[in-house]
Design a protein around this ligand. Sequence first.
Ligand SMILES: *Cc1c(COP(=O)(O)O)cnc(C)c1O
Length: 391
Amino acid sequence: MKFQPDSNGYYGQFGGAFVPELLYPNVKELEDNYITIINSESFQKDYKALLKDYVGRPSPLYLAKRLSEKYGATIYLKREDLNHTGAHKVNNTIGQILIAKRLGKTKIIAETGAGQHGVATATVCALMGLECIVFMGETDIERQAPNVARMKMLGAKVIPATSGSKTLKDATNEAIRYWIQHPETYYLIGSVVGPHPYPDMVARLQAVISEEMKMQLKAQTGNENPDMIIACVGGGSNAAGAFYHYLNDEDVSLIAVEAAGLGVNSGESAATSQLGEVGVIHGSKTILMQDEYGQIVEPYSLSAGLDYPGVGPLHAFLHETKRAVFMNATDQEALDAAYELTRIEGIIPALETAHALAVLPKMELRKDQIIVINLSGRGDKDLETFIKHLK
Ligand SMILES: *Cc1c(COP(=O)(O)O)cnc(C)c1O
């Protein structure tokens, strides 16, 4: 139970629900209902059926032989990149759209960074015939054009966020502002962030990743626990899903990898656990990058999905209690790892995912060590960036 939030949504000192008075009824309605809905037979039936026949789950657990040989360990890749829409995000949007429908909501709003969550949300809104508005930073709209086109084709309205760094945190601010003005809408948050119960709800919906990993590892290695699980962290949802059913298994090391941008101390970074301090962002108490006046410091990463100044409260707690080890990778290290995986395994990973791969050269590994890397998404959306930096 140590890694479950308490009844007020706190993991240790982190979490809670810091929302404006006007949004309190929305958050309370969700809080009062989410666990009952998720645990209900009808939800589980619909959720499991869509994950299987629409998303394509279970995602394979692939033994990457050439990668294993290169790093002297036994490395498996959990293939979330093979999901419909190309990343883990859809596990959560499928779950939340089913919850929104059960709460009688007809209009969905969402924020997006790389565009992956926007696409996953627009997709499930099309599937369910619900109206969809996606807030996205102007900078991200420029660097993620293919995903913007996808959202529009799926029928979503994409609204640019033009304040601050014009990236994910600004899109989130716009989404919250809109929610306050239109409290009848359902806010579909894309990571384990935001006010309680979102972090716990999203973690439960992504937990299917580690649920499958346990069965697949058992079948392939005879033991459901690996020695180590590595996942990249933006807000923390793919990592939360990959870690979830292992949180209490102390024999499994959990490695969370943040984006160091141009270097942790370069002033152009998104390595929150290294640079952040305790504060409140987007409705929860967590660690975030801020200046001496508590103003949020603009994060930087070449990867739009990791370009966020905070981490979810569960991750802040995992960091504080040292249950997870936080590492980081620079833009260049991630690019190199992406080129490497492409050349030796024939898999083009998302730039976010490449950060998780990029810590392999920094570790001392043993042949008999079983490592699972959560391959959170595919790299199609990043092709332009990859080609631009290819030497
Ligand atoms: C959005 C995204 C991430 C980062 O988000 P988390 O909530 O930290 O998982 C990582 N990888 C991919 C492919 C993404 O689309």
